[in-house]
Ligand binder design. Structure first.
Ligand SMILES: [Zn+2]
Ligand SMILES: [Zn+2]
Length: 554
């Protein structure tokens, strides 16, 4: 009887981001992706969010390696953190590894790993894992679906994908190979991208964006054009450059990651921009506006990005105005809508003409919609199905979609971060839970707890009141204070009376406790101060700032 195969979902099932799954064969662990998530607006001061690595750290000696399906940070951005504690080889397409290595190199951790490039349709053993890398189309080139041939049958992980029949580089999702595996050995378990599972129809082909861009470039003849898109979206960059060059412009990149990725992709032969058409941003100032196309970072409205600085008229490279057109060749990912609106507002205020996906087809999604997901189901006919890569509603929508194709509900399992599942001779079962909370990163410290975040939220929304009082250790009389200092509750110069009253209320409470009741224990006195101040503040202002009592003995 073949040994069971266990899968542990560490991230990406319940949110778009921090994708990470661990597959176990013969007691060894293979990671499929290790990504990060960008924080929501309510995660104050948080730079990024990682999967909870507790379970992996407990099993660190068993980690054989990681397969990175494609070059997006929600699939590889966690490596630069995990490699501090673990050391393992990383497998992926050459471009994926090139993009993933940036952060690892920044963290000084390149010597903790070996980057091993794999080719389209290559089949390779990674320890006990027999992996096959199948080309898929997505919004970054050279992504893979991964077929893992295990003692319990073939597990197919789609990675992020769409079925683009006319991709920019002609490299199609290899449905032939997937179909052959399904026909010959069968797919025991399918793990498939759910991002667009509640979107009807088909995702538009990436090449349709090229035609829209060309029309826009023609319509904006004589004007300077600034475009923004994801720096890893090499095919979008290619189409922007093609449209620019075809209409008599030169191209300049703006933003560090755009510059880096354009260089990387040109070196690898994946991006074709003639040398004489690619200028440094320093050198475009002398050219007539109608001869220039800038390709910038910041399409998600990221606050310090090149585009955000231009929108705030703070860019040292470009001053935008009524003679400029900005094309946002992107769509805000959930959570970024407000930042993007702010950037658009800033640009419009400067008199800039702004084109975005809200009123023009200047973007195409990289994720399969319902008809494509159905196509995958019909070709693969998996025995078991677990939707991955999505918020909870996306995964449920994906499960239902599969059921409309005849997939029995009892063979469809909606899982969440932290779930472990077991594939054995009788089928797929749930096998337990591992820690799966958000690991918040602020600066270089990878462990900002929920308590810290709760405090930040209270401080941001309600402010803080610090009450300082010194008592005589023997008599219990108040020696100095109470002193009341606040930030964010009331503005002190205008609220002196309120602060005076607060002082009096606290002084009375401390007197009552110390002198009348003989209380001397500092902790209980601090509670007394917090309670008295808190009640007063709430009664008089209906607010609940953080109350920090400081009681000292002299
Ligand atoms: Zn992706
Ligand atoms: Zn993704």
């Amino acid at each position: 009887m073949p040994a069971p195969v266990r899968i542990t979902f560490l991230g990406g099932l319940g949110e778009i981001g921090r994708n990470c799954a661990a597959i176990e064969v013969d007691d060894r662990i293979l990671l499929i992706d290790c990504g990060l998530m960008f924080p929501d607006a309510d995660m104050l001061g948080i730079d990024l969010v990682l999967p909870d690595f507790t379970w992996l750290l407990e099993n660190k000696d068993r980690v054989e390696g990681a397969v990175i399906t494609h070059g997006h940070e929600d699939h590889h951005g966690g490596l630069a953190y995990l490699l501090r504690d673990l050391s393992f080889p990383i497998y992926g397409s050459a471009l994926t590894l090139g993009l993933a290595s940036n952060r690892i190199e920044e963290a000084g951790l390149l010597d903790r790993t070996e980057l091993i490039p794999v080719k389209d349709n290559e089949r390779r053993r990674i320890g006990p894992f027999d992996c096959e890398f199948i080309p898929v189309t997505h919004s970054v080139p050279h992504g893979f679906a991964t077929a893992i041939h295990t003692p319990q049958g073939t597990i197919l992980h789609t990675g992020d994908f769409k079925l683009d029949l006319t991709p920019v580089d002609g490299r199609l999702t290899d449905l032939g190979v997937m179909g052959a595996i399904a026909q010959n050995e069968g797919i025991r378990l399918l793990l498939a991208d759910s991002t667009n599972a509640d979107e009807k129809g088909y995702a538009r082909s990436e090449t349709t964006v090229g035609a829209v861009l060309r029309d826009l470039f023609v319509a904006n003849e004589g004007r300077r054009i600034v475009t923004a898109c994801f720096a890893s979206h090499i095919h979008r960059v290619q189409q922007i450059a093609d449209a620019a060059i075809a209409t008599g412009r030169v191209v300049a990149t703006l933003g560090l990651s755009m510059k880096k990725n354009v260089r990387l992709a040109r070196d690898m032969g994946l991006l074709r921009i003639p040398e004489d058409k690619l200028l440094d941003i320093d050198d475009v100032g002398d050219l007539a506006p109608g001869r220039v196309c800038v390709i910038s970072t910041g399409s998600q409205g990221e606050p310090m990005s090149a585009l955000a600085l231009m929108a705030a008229a703070e860019s040292k490279w470009l001053k935008l105005g009524p003679d400029d057109t900005v094309i946002l060749s992107s769509h805000p990912i959930p959570g970024n809508e407000m930042n993007v609106s702010k950037v658009i507002d800033g640009l419009v205020r400067l008199g800039v003409e702004v084109v975005h996906s809200g009123h023009n087809d200047v973007h195409a999604t990289g994720h399969a919609k319902q008809e494509e997901l159905k196509t995958i189901q019909s070709i693969l006919k998996p025995e078991w199905f677990v939707p991955v890569h999505g918020e909870y509603r996306h995964m449920v929508a994906h499960a239902k979609l599969a059921q409309t194709m005849g997939m029995p509900a009892e063979r469809t399992m909606v899982c969440e971060d932290g779930d472990q599942i077991l594939l054995n001779d009788t089928g797929l079962t749930r096998a337990g839970r591992v820690p799966s909370g958000y690991l918040y990163v602020d600066g270089i410290i990878g462990d900002v707890g929920h308590g810290v975040l709760r405090d930040r939220r209270i401080l941001a929304e309600e402010g803080v009141v610090v009450v300082i009082v010194t008592i005589d250790a023997s008599t219990g009389e108040v020696l100095t204070g109470p002193e009341v200092i606040t930030r964010g509750w009331v503005y002190a110069p205008e609220a002196d009376d309120l602060l005076d009253e607060c002082r009096q209320v606290v002084a009375d409470a401390v007197h009552e406790a110390c002198v009348t009741e003989g209380q001397r224990d500092i902790e209980s006195l601090q509670r007394t101060v917090r309670r008295a101040a808190g009640r007063f503040v709430n009664a008089r202002t209906r607010r609940r700032p953080m109350i920090v009592p400081v009681v000292m003995e002299a």
